[in-house]
Design a protein around this ligand. Structure first.
Ligand SMILES: [Zn+2]
Length: 150
């Protein structure tokens, strides 16, 4: 895995600070290159988050024998750690899911299908993609639920 360098992080920060006008006036290849950097940073962030949560969950299970605690409604004692562990694992799972989303988006850049709404096939505005680089849907489809075509 390639690590993100400080200068790459700075490049992403200044990209995020661009005015919308400047964002719109980027050439398509340049826009995609910036989005790719942004996705790489997000990917690293979610991987770090997921492994930290996983490690936390593992340490909770070590300090809380037996590992497979039967759910016992009588005594709340000892179950707090299990609950915390479950929560960490759930958060880790959603961080891993975010990694998948980010990787799917990078894949789309590679295949030239990035930035197209998966529902209505319209182009997703750049400002939305910059705010949410792995967005699959345009705002209209995201909020409107299922497309109402008859
Ligand atoms: Zn759409």
């Amino acid at each position: 895995m390639t690590e993100i360098t400080e200068s790459e992080k700075e490049a992403v920060e200044s990209y995020l600070a661009l005015e919308d006008d400047a964002l719109e006036s980027l050439s398509e290849p340049e826009f995609l290159a910036r989005q790719r950097e942004l996705l790489a940073v997000e990917r690293e962030h979610y991987i770090a988050q997921a492994s930290q949560l996983k490690a936390e969950a593992d340490s909770l299970s070590q300090s809380n024998e037996p590992v497979e605690v039967q759910f016992d409604e009588e005594s709340g004692e000892g179950n707090t750690l299990t609950v915390e562990r479950e929560r960490d694992l759930a958060l880790a799972a959603s961080a891993y899911a975010a990694v998948d989303e980010v990787e799917a988006a990078i894949d789309k850049i590679d295949h030239g299908t990035y930035g197209v709404c998966e529902s209505c096939r319209e182009l997703i505005p750049r400002a939305r993609l910059r705010a949410l680089p792995y967005a699959r849907l345009c705002v209209k489809c995201k909020e409107g639920g299922l497309p109402r075509r008859r």
